[in-house]
Design a protein around this ligand. Structure first.
Ligand code: HEC
Length: 189
């Protein structure tokens, strides 16, 4: 009972704080949405082009922010650090921390109820962090993140070699895959 209560209280505190930040910084929310929107488009474009060119197994390394050059230029221009985090991650560098897992779980439950998913701002050590949910919104995603037995054998081979601890499989279409995380380096009042 005690754990339940404190969990509920922590969740309340976190969401209260997030909403407070939300109202104060519409410009950061806008910038975050613009950056994540650009990156989603760029990754999709890169993935599709590479799949066309060299097939699914040849495209495996292109579902990565590092694989698209605009990530770096946006990061420099906007003074932000950009990453993706997930509760079920493929690359251990993308593992969500405890607070982020709670945020993802909240998104999952809101999504199941058909509620609108909104981006969130969190203040962390004097920096603002923008988070927005990533949904598996294209059947292409399932070629590499769907049910294990539906993933092409050649793709599975590459994945097993590169990511022996891969947790990013057995997702279904339209499920929450994780979040964009954009840390604003500039000090914001
Ligand atoms: C051709 C295979 C392939 C396809 C198609 C693919 N991914 Fe990935 N995905 C990967 C690989 C490999 C990684 C690990 C990248 C890395 O090492 O940073 C990854 C990582 C991710 C991550 C970062 C978190 C993690 O698990 O490391 C997210 C989020 C993600 N994919 C979402 C998607 C979405 C959404 C789609 C559909 C638009 C998609 N992926 C399509 C192979 C793929």
């Amino acid at each position: 009972m005690k754990t339940l209560l404190s969990f509920a209280m922590i969740s309340l505190l976190i969401s209260g704080y997030i909403f407070q930040q939300q109202d104060k910084h519409p410009e950061i929310l806008e910038k975050g949405a613009e950056i994540s929107g650009k990156l989603v488009k760029a990754i999709m474009g890169k993935l599709n082009a590479e799949i066309q060119k060299s097939g699914l197994a040849g495209a495996v390394e292109y579902c990565s922010l590092e694989a698209i050059p605009i990530t770096d230029s946006i990061a420099k221009m906007e003074q932000v650090a950009i990453s993706r985090v997930s509760h079920k991650y493929r690359n251990p560098l993308n593992a969500a921390n405890e607070r982020e897992i709670e945020m993802i779980e909240r998104y999952i439950s809101q999504h199941q109820k058909g509620e609108q998913l909104i981006a969130q701002l969190v203040a962390d050590n004097g920096k603002m962090i923008y988070y927005s949910p990533i949904v598996l919104g294209s059947p292409t995603c399932l070629s590499c993140h769907g049910e294990t037995n539906t993933i092409d054998i050649n793709v599975r081979k590459v994945l097993n070699e590169k990511y022996p601890e891969d947790k990013a499989v057995n997702f279904k279409f339209n499920e929450i895959r994780g979040m964009f995380k954009i840390v604003f380096e500039k000090e914001i009042q």
